[in-house]
Design a binder for this molecule. Structure first.
Ligand code: ADP
Ligand code: MG
Length: 452
């Protein structure tokens, strides 16, 4: 357990002596994972709110006292529940970065990245980039839907480079943090250019996560453009992730998108069932070597969570914490107990959504007087393609589900087709007031209470 924290293991030994066996087994042993951020905050994950609150109320002071005693660097521990992890914890930000430690999650490595058809090319190219930063593909651009491993792969590049040369200065930054830094350091008479340069220019590799967030932030984009050119000309490796191909980024200035396109783009798709099972197996192994989770159970979880690996892993962690907390062998009954609520709400929202996807399709078909099979089908006549594109656009707008999933509702069209359709509708609406009117009318029908 908690393989990445020897500190926690040391603290545990003291806790075992300090408290009775029951408390120790119930509260401290089941901590499932730990991760450390750039400020020395060590986050510990426990199964539920109840355990979290008990630790935070009664034991946290003692635990932090022990942490300070055993750690050579300043450290604090914080306990959170499993539910909070699924949301992806946001680390406190800090401008000065200890590059030796890196602001990378050290578990995001090539080694822990399970390769299959859906990510093979992205993985191979990422390895090459990491092997010869600045020389193979610059920028290296990774795109795909949420939860499919973009951040993991990007940070694996950073960790690999750092493992080979601890002197390398790797900066990982989410695009929204870049915007915040820009606002706090550079915008309007805040003359903190030096601080900005120290963080962003004096580096070897920059990893910019979720670039699509920069949409509409035009001043920040200008600054990023300057930084990009500076790093590029100095042969520094630039890695970027996004939820869509560079050519389809909206509200990002063309001088940026054309530069992204000039590098190498790779995409990550939804992994197949077998691949997802392998990911779960790998994850189980890192969680606890003594724990047996049967093939049938892993297959069940993998089949329930197809489109988002983060959610799938969340379910596995929840199951394992549950089994550990109550000291149970993992059977299908235990799966039902541990994940019942999650699966039920998932099923419910799926049903709800599916119905509503259907309804959007019907309303659009009705509005344009085409049949539902024609709306969904393959006919390419404009009479069908326009309503089809509008229906895709509205489903994205209303439910914000992955393009790939929308594609599956329209005769298995692929991610890029749906994305192109959605963006075309959005673009055309700006120029064509009739189209805008039609879409607005349809939205009103969709929103009318009779739908529910
Ligand atoms: P994204 O950035 O695309 O939203 P993440 O990189 O955050 O996705 O991945 C979500 C979770 O799934 C992470 O915990 C990550 O480690 C895990 N994951 C994704 N792809 C893989 C893979 N191929 N092998 C192992 N773990 C993976
Ligand atoms: Mg990500």
């Amino acid at each position: 357990m908690s393989p990445n924290s020897t500190l926690w293991q040391t603290i545990l030994q003291d806790l075992e002596k300090l408290y009775n066996e029951e408390t120790y087994n119930e509260l401290f042993l089941p901590v499932t994972s730990t991760f450390k951020d750039q400020n020395g905050l060590l986050t510990m994950v426990v199964a539920n709110e109840f355990l979290k609150n008990r630790i935070n109320k009664l034991y946290i002071a003692k635990i932090n006292e022990l942490a300070t005693k055993y750690s050579s660097t300043p450290v604090r521990l914080k306990f959170i529940s499993q539910e909070e992890v699924i949301e992806e914890p946001v680390a406190d930000r800090k401008l000065t970065i200890d590059y030796r430690q890196g602001n990378l999650n050290s578990t995001y490595t090539f080694d822990s990245f399970v390769v299959g058809k859906s990510n093979m090319f992205a993985f191979r190219m990422a390895m090459k980039v990491a092997d010869q930063p600045g020389a193979v593909a610059n920028p290296f651009y990774i795109f795909g839907d949420v939860g499919l491993g973009k951040t993991h792969l990007m940070q694996a590049i950073g960790n690999y480079i750092l493992d080979n040369d601890v002197e390398k200065r790797i900066l990982y930054v989410k695009a929204d943090n870049f915007i915040e830094d820009f606002v706090s350091l550079l915008s309007r008479n805040k003359n903190k250019t030096e601080e900005f340069n120290a963080k962003y220019k004096d580096i070897d590799v920059i990893l910019v996560d979720d670039i699509q967030i920069m949409a509409n932030a035009s001043k920040t984009q200008m600054e990023f453009f300057k930084l990009f050119d500076y790093l590029y000309l100095n042969n520094k490796q630039i890695v970027i992730t996004s939820d869509k191909p560079a050519s389809q980024l909206t509200n990002i200035m063309p001088r940026l998108t054309t530069r992204f396109e000039a590098g190498l783009s790779v995409d990550i798709q939804i992994p197949e069932l077998e691949h997802r099972i392998s990911i779960l197996k790998r994850k189980t192994a890192t969680l606890d070597a003594n724990l047996e989770v049967g093939e049938d159970i892993l297959t069940f979880i993998a089949s329930q969570f197809a489109a988002n690996i983060r959610e799938m892993e969340g379910a596995l962690i929840r199951l394992i914490s549950y089994a550990q907390t109550f000291n149970l062998e993992i059977t299908m009954d235990v799966v039902e107990e541990a994940l019942g609520a999650v699966l039920k709400t998932k099923k419910k929202t799926n049903q709800l959504n599916e119905n509503n996807y259907d309804k959007i399709q019907s309303i659009v078909a009705d509005y344009f007087q085409v049949s539902l099979p024609d709306l969904i089908g393959k006919k390419r006549h404009a009479k069908f393609t326009l309503p089809r594109h509008i229906a895709m656009y509205l489903i994205k707008l209303k439910f914000n589900i992955p393009y790939k999933t929308i594609g599956s509702l329209f005769n298995d069209r692929d991610h890029s087709t749906v994305l192109a359709a959605c963006e075309k509708v959005e673009r055309d609406m700006r120029m064509d007031s009739n189209l805008k009117f039609a879409v607005d009318s349809i939205v009103k029908k969709i929103d009318s209470p009779s739908l529910k």
